[in-house]
Design a protein around this ligand. Structure first.
Ligand code: BES
Ligand code: MN
Ligand code: ZN
Length: 496
């Protein structure tokens, strides 16, 4: 799929700007400066449409008018009352714009964004959201559809940032937003691909693409033999029942100074989770192809960070495996030894995410990380607790938790803090090993996080349980979360 392009172009007279589609903001019944200029140039075409009641200027409402000046058509974009135009309304407005542009046959559009900038809605924030939002809403899944629907017409967006923002800063915001949108779409595509295509080996080949032709990126794939040498008995116990070999994928982006401690992202990459011997019930089992969305968010975030060329070091680690039952599969009651030396009694083979992640977390020590964030569709209990609106945020470090929550708020890819109290940790006791892989009943998302915390004591660490936020069940599809939160977090950590 070819990418939509975004160009910042400062123009002064909207009636003289040549475009297929001029998009102008209307605040309730109040015309923005650009709308006023076009209204004057058309003897009141816009104010007439408003007077007739055809258009009420509600957030996200759009209305097409015939051409005015050098614009072949004009799209009125409702923004609600001006005094209420904040980040939330701006999001709603841009969603409406994306939908209208995607439904139209216009191939190019000029958005008069300057009129929408205020003290609460800054220019860079708005432009980043424009490019991100339009890119992400143009995503269509076609990979395994023989007769896909017609592709979208829109190819090019011109955005007028106004005089207050330099053209260079405006272009940077658009470029960053487009990179983020593409990163989100990359994560969605990987999540949506079926388990018979998106295997651990497939994830490895997608990760290798990130380093192709870029000397700042190095991808390395550790095979099962190497993992056995490293003592990753926990991770390997998950892939034991599968014919697909596990892969430990390491992507190193070096945009910062040599020797600067990297931010490490660790992704759960279970490309299909049948539950193993503790087999899941049949209903909706197909959705367990999404059990690699943590891994997908690592790849999507790295893709965005690499494209933005952020000045920092980021390392992605993906624990990729398929969880299947077979004569060679791990059984309930089996005890395995993790890379850290901890022994684990596997009471339920369906609690496999923590088993692959614990070895990846131990492995992450070797990077001497500034922080480690793992991302995982870890527990059904998280869906019960938070539904689909928030990712659960766990952390052993206060600033790290705050930074992630702030990045989530800024991008509307929100997280909600959860506890890691010792009281929960005690639920993981085993009679036959150092640790059980499931907790006694209650607080399933928390006990899973406590299990991981045991392996992440050597560095600032956060865990995002994205079981609810990573995909939608109706209509089915991956959301690309939390790529926006993670990318914003990294943008905030980068120098310059
Ligand atoms: N991948 C699942 C978690 C999951 C379930 C995500 C439903 C999204 C929707 C995970 O591997 C799992 O099976 N967890 C078990 C843990 C239990 C056996 C302690 C669960 O949540 O039921
Ligand atoms: Mn499972
Ligand atoms: Zn799982």
């Amino acid at each position: 799929m070819s990418r939509l392009t975004f160009t910042a172009r400062t123009s002064t007279d909207p009636a003289k700007a040549k475009t297929h589609c001029a998009v102008v903001a209307i605040f309730g019944s109040e015309l923005s400066a650009s709308a006023t200029a076009l209204d004057t140039a058309s003897n009141g075409a816009i104010s007439t449409a408003i007077k007739l009641g055809d258009f009420k200027g509600k957030p996200g409402q759009t209305h097409l008018l015939p051409g005015i000046g050098k614009a072949q058509r004009v799209m009125l974009l409702g923004c609600g009352e001006r005094k209420s135009f904040d980040q939330t309304v701006a999001r709603e407005t841009l969603q409406g714009l994306s939908n209208a542009l995607n439904a139209s046959s216009t191939t190019e559009a000029l958005l008069q964004a300057a009129d929408m900038v205020s003290e609460v809605v800054s220019g860079p924030w708005l432009l980043e959201l424009v490019a991100r939002g339009i890119t992400a809403s143009g995503y269509r899944y076609t990979a395994t559809v023989a007769k896909p629907k017609e592709p979208l017409a829109l190819k090019k967006m011109i955005v007028n940032p106004g005089q207050a923002l330099s053209a260079a800063l405006a272009q940077r915001a658009l470029d960053n937003g487009a990179a983020l949108g593409a990163g989100i779409n990359c994560a969605r595509e990987l999540g949506n691909l079926p388990g018979n295509i998106c295997t651990p080996s497939y994830l490895a080949s997608e990760a290798r693409k990130l380093s192709r032709g870029n000397s700042k990126v190095k991808t390395q794939v550790l095979e099962e033999k190497k993992m056995r040498e490293l003592g990753m008995g926990s991770l390997l116990s998950v892939s034991a029942g599968s014919d697909e070999p596990a892969k430990l994928i390491v992507i190193e982006y070096r945009g910062g100074k040599t020797g600067d401690a990297p931010q490490v992202l660790v992704g759960k990459g279970i490309t299909f989770d049948s539950g193993g011997i503790s087999l899941k019930p049949g209903a909706s089992m197909d959705e367990m192809k999404y059990d690699m969305c943590g891994a997908a968010s690592v790849i999507g975030t790295l893709q965005a960070v690499i494209e933005m060329g952020l000045a920092l070091n980021v390392t992605g680690v993906i624990a990729a495996a398929e969880n299947m039952p077979s004569g060679r599969a791990t059984k309930p009651g089996d005890v395995v030894k993790a890379m850290s030396g901890t022994t684990i009694e596997i009471l339920n083979t369906d609690a496999e995410g923590r088993l692959v992640l614990c070895d990846a977390l131990t492995f992450a020590r070797r990077f001497k990380p500034a922080a480690v964030i793992d991302i995982a569709t870890l527990t059904g209990a998280c869906v019960v607790a938070l539904g689909s609106h928030a990712s659960a945020v766990y952390a052993n470090n206060e600033p790290l938790a705050e930074q992630l929550l702030a990045a989530g708020t800024e991008t509307h890819d929100r997280g909600w803090r959860m506890p890691l109290w010792d009281d929960y940790r005690k639920q993981l006791k085993s009679n036959f090993a150092d640790l059980a892989n499931i907790g006694s009943p209650g607080g399933g998302s928390v006990t899973a996080a406590c299990f991981l915390a045991t392996f992440a004591e050597d560095y600032p660490w956060a865990h995002l349980d994205i079981a609810g936020s990573a995909w939608n069940s109706s209509p089915k599809g991956a959301t690309g979360r939390p790529v926006a939160m993670l990318t914003r977090y990294l943008q905030d950590r980068a120098a310059g």
